[in-house]
Design a protein around this ligand. Sequence first.
Ligand SMILES: *Cc1c(COP(=O)(O)O)cnc(C)c1O
Length: 436
Amino acid sequence: MKLYSTRGQSPVVELGEAVLRGLPPDNGLYMPEYIPTLDVSFFEDLPGMSLPDIGYSVCKALFQDYIPDVELRRIINAAINFPAPVVKLSEDTYVLELFHGPSLAFKDFGARFMAQLMGYFNRHEDEKLVILVATSGDTGGAVASGFVGVDGIEVCILYPSGKVSPLQEKQLTTHGKNITAIEVKGTFDDCQDLVKKAFLDPNLTNVLRLSSANSINIARLIPQSFYYFDAFRQLESREGDVWFSVPSGNFGNLTAGLFAKKMGLDITGFIAATNVNDVVPRYLDQGIYEPRPSIRTISNAMDVGNPSNFRRLEDLFCSTWNNFRDNMIGFSFSDSETKHKLSEVNNRYGYLLDPHGAVGMLAWDQFRQTDLGKNTTGVVLETAHPAKFKDDVESIIGEDITLPKSLMDIKDKEKVAYLMPPDYDSFSRYLLDRYN
Ligand SMILES: *Cc1c(COP(=O)(O)O)cnc(C)c1O
């Protein structure tokens, strides 16, 4: 599988290099040179396939025998070891639950698959690969649990002290083994600056093999295409066209859906659902892409003012506004609308959404009132478990909610983190002491 950079100034590389590098040297984003259409026989077999079976078939077609079958099976079985069930809310409305992984959010799919692929591509190296990650909360947990126990890889996670939720902190700091947490007495931006400096510092890069587990790594997008096929398979009835409503921030999830469509899945279109950070819905409306500083909302994993995957979308659509509009429609919503929808769905269906899923549901409900939306079937992606946002969700519905078992267990584990000022010398010394 060959990949090129969206900027076109870097050489085409094989999958292994793209995954281990993360970003091409020209600072573009890697894109598959060729996205195959899957065989008719795949779609005939789809109703009886499991999620790992689907993943295997998709990767086999995409990777073109770049990874031997036995290894590919092992990678997929290790990464995709939890389900993505579809729940029917009404005749035309389904929810695709993507929160059954260890960190209770869809990012587990990408993080676990990337961890397995990196471990595989790194297998012949004598020296450890050290992965540096700055997190504002969510990504770090998925990355930590994805990489724990992967041979030959060390992960160092930086998070801002006091600025992640207590449960998120436990998800970062209780794994031990090859996962190290650094609690930075500063902001998320401080964490990110430390990581950026480390990658540019020859004193480190000459002696350590550094890499990132960035959200723009192509290995995170690929497994996110699997569950679109799996969702389709689970739909009971299919009234007219099928639209997926995708709560979006950096637009990785939606880009992965477009990959599935390109591979032949009969998705009519995507509803880009955002909170007030609405640069993409605005672009779809007006044809002007204007990044802006992000605004804080209750669906905070989507507080993104300049979505990193926009360049991938432009690449897929040849930067042509009409191509965008043929595949996507966008809506944005305020926090008060989000709270209202969360509570309404809970009352009407007894189904508890999280704030991100509620934005997806709002967008689907708005879409079905348009001409295009009449007599269609909608699948709303539920990107996180409501218990991840316990305080907000409880205050919206006025009831206590119970934590899933994985969160209960983690509450009692002991936090281990190295407290550090936001100071580059301390950080680089720490890395050299620990990993050199
Ligand atoms: C990351 C995240 C999103 C946004 O996904 P993108 O792929 O960045 O668009 C939505 N919901 C939750 C819960 C997330 O963690």
